[in-house]
Design a protein around this ligand. Structure first.
Ligand SMILES: NC(=O)c1ccc[n+]([C@@H]2O[C@H](COP(=O)([O-])OP(=O)(O)OC[C@H]3O[C@@H](n4cnc5c(N)ncnc54)[C@H](OP(=O)(O)O)[C@@H]3O)[C@@H](O)[C@H]2O)c1
Length: 256
């Protein structure tokens, strides 16, 4: 199961998994994009808004009817929310939490029987949560996004403990900035320094597959400089958050 498979990291991950012999069920809202990818990689399509708990439950019922055992769930669907808590649309602040954080919660709960069935059959079963470096550092120019990603990381860590007791792996992937449809970076990121560290979707897809294969609980990609920033944040969150607040986006965003 790959959510957010109609573009970006999800699409790259589904392609890489399929090349590795996996049969993928592709989940997102844009059916045409999912169908085109499914035709290329011989996958299956489930159109679903992961923020809608009932829709997720209905998808799980359909998929588990076809495949009682699910070996991998990649909670990747996500949207940006750049701007300040004080000025961004209230609906956006609400929606980013529903999709980026609760979407993964609903999918994990809905597909748990499939993951447990894979374990019962003697196979490995894993959940991957595509979080962000913004889950570890409160990046003020995208405050509501960072808050949702902090919640998603807390979910991944706490639910991970419960999943591991059931023999199911749980992995959090923390990508730095990369250029995708929903997250344009090249033109809008004001910092040339940050632009130098842009990665691509295949880098993240590879990190996802490696985290599962090597059973790594948390992976930051790229390691440098983001892991160092995460360490610094753990030592002095107020200072690092203030420094991060100096970076901003060129268009449409105020310095916060
Ligand atoms: N790009 C970055 O710099 C970056 C850095 C760190 C982490 N991330 C995280 O990586 C993940 C993937 O983002 P991306 O960069 O690959 O962006 P993207 O290309 O815009 O992909 C986002 C995917 O999520 C899907 N999606 C959005 N809302 C959804 C919903 N309500 N229900 C189901 N699917 C939904 C989109 O498909 P539909 O529109 O068809 O539904 C799309 O397939 C996100 O969780 C993001 O927070 C991105």
């Amino acid at each position: 199961m790959v959510t957010g498979a109609s573009s970006g990291i999800g699409e790259a991950t589904a392609r890489m998994l399929a090349a590795d012999g996996w049969r993928c069920v592709l989940v997102a809202r844009r059916e045409d994009r999912l169908r085109a990818l499914a035709a290329e990689i011989d996958g299956e399509v489930e159109v679903c808004d992961v923020a809608d708990r009932e829709a997720v439950a209905a998808v799980a019922e359909r998929v588990l009817g076809r495949h009682p055992a699910v070996h991998l769930l990649v909670n990747n669907a996500g949207i940006p929310a750049r701007g300040s808590f004080l000025t961004l649309d209230a609906e956006r602040i609400e929606h980013v939490s529903l999709v980026n954080y609760l979407g993964g919660v609903w999918c994990t709960r809905a597909f748990l029987p499939g993951l447990e069935a894979a374990r019962a059959g003697g196979d490995r079963a894993s959940v991957v949560n595509v979080v962000s470096v913004a889950g570890t550092v409160a990046f003020a120019p995208a405050g509501p996004y960072a808050a949702a990603k902090h919640a998603q990381l807390a979910f991944s860590r706490s639910c991970g403990a419960a999943l591991r007791r059931r023999g199911i792996g749980c992995h959090a992937i923390m990508p730095g900035f990369l250029e995708t449809e929903g997250f344009p970076q090249h033109e809008v990121l004001s910092s040339r320094l940050l632009r130098r560290f842009l990665i691509d979707t295949d880098d993240v897809a590879r990190a996802i597959l490696r985290a599962v294969e090597r059973n790594r609980s948390e992976v930051t990609v790229p390691w440098f400089p983001y892991r160092l920033i995460t360490f610094a944040h753990a030592l002095s969150p107020v200072l690092v958050t203030r420094l991060a607040g100096w970076f901003t986006y060129h268009r449409g965003e105020e310095r916060v």
